[in-house]
Design a protein around this ligand. Structure first.
Ligand code: CP
Length: 325
């Protein structure tokens, strides 16, 4: 196992150089083959990861926990209510202590304006690598699994392929903007032609848009934004429709839901899938709200790759842990 990433934090894919991301993806592919062949790959024997979740999770939590077990180590899943955080001990003090007892810390905190700052502060004092399990700005573990999935589905021929990252309706709660932000960053970085589609209120952070533009320029890809879901879907090889909140425009959550309610027509259905390329794949980081973000016919249909995408969370999580810890 290469040592070049040992001790390195993974907060944003942009913090890793191209060759570091390629090493992670190659390692994920290797670990996936070993998983299917039932070959031993205990690369983190006797190592401990502390994974602290401020919000709920299915895929992220289980990819880390199962991943550490398969790598021969152990993952402690922690929630604030089970820690002295609930009596006011600071996260920094908690992180200092955990760093003395294990080999890695992983955190999910999507509180808007808080999560990422928090992780950067912890990264400064942590003597073990910090893995971002989703914050208010980025979801790098999701982005890693997504680019692995896109490459697998198009047999590595992704350059010049069009991906549309589109907002969808789903008023049950206000979702973070971290998935679409990490998505446009990784896909422009890897040379895809990226279209971001959303109603006017659902803009992403201006600095992320600027970085996506710069990535596209550097990689030879393209980046554009549109405010029409149909236009976004036209000719796309990858459709990535998911809901997010208008947190940049309206951080108040009750007011944000009122903006979401204005756009019930923004759903991924069979009509829209026909606007995409004939070999287009449907992706979603999950959980998807069926009947609002996507119809059953699409998510359960032949173009959907969501279960492969979810599985790749495991293989990429194992690669990130094995390389950094
Ligand atoms: N996609 C994703 O991060 O899923 P969870 O919220 O279940 O971890």
């Amino acid at each position: 196992m290469s040592k070049i990433l040992q001790g390195k934090h993974f907060i944003d894919t942009e913090d890793w150089a191209d060759d570091e991301l390629e090493l992670m993806l190659a390692t994920a592919g290797d670990l996936k083959r070993k998983f299917y062949r039932d070959e031993p790959h205990a690369l983190l024997r006797d190592r401990t990861l502390f994974a602290l979740f401020f919000e709920q999770s299915t895929r992220t939590r289980n990819s880390m926990e199962a991943g550490m077990t398969q790598l021969g180590g152990h993952c402690h899943v922690l929630t604030p209510d089970k820690l002295q955080l609930s009596h006011g001990e600071t996260v920094m003090d908690t992180a200092r202590v955990l760093g003395r007892m294990g080999h890695g810390i992983a955190i999910r905190n999507c509180d808007f304006g808080v999560g990422n700052k928090f992780m950067r502060q912890i990264a400064e004092i942590s003597r073990v690598p910090l893995i971002n399990l989703q914050c208010d700005v980025y979801h790098p573990c999701q982005a890693a699994a997504d680019i692995m999935t896109v490459r697998e589905k198009f047999r590595g021929e992704t350059r010049g392929r069009k991906i549309v990252v589109s907002w969808t309706y789903a008023p049950s709660y206000v979702r973070p903007i971290s998935v679409p932000q990490s998505e446009i960053l990784i896909m422009t970085r890897m040379g895809l032609d990226v279209t971001l589609a959303h109603p006017p209120e659902f803009k992403l952070m201006p600095e992320i848009i600027e970085r996506a533009r710069a990535n596209a320029k550097r990689s030879g890809g393209k980046f554009e934004t549109v405010d029409d879901m149909d236009a976004g879907f036209e000719g796309a090889h990858v459709v990535y429709p998911k809901s997010w909140g208008c947190l940049v425009h309206e951080p108040d959550r009750a007011a944000a839901v009122q903006h979401i309610e204005k756009y019930p027509g923004w759903i991924c259905d069979e009509r829209r899938m026909k606007l995409a390329a004939p070999d287009a794949i449907y992706m979603h980081p999950l959980p998807a709200t069926r009947g609002q973000e996507v119809t059953d016919a699409v998510i359960d249909g032949p173009q959907s790759v969501v279960w492969d995408q979810a599985e790749n969370r495991l293989h990429t999580a194992k690669a990130i842990m094995a390389l950094t810890m």
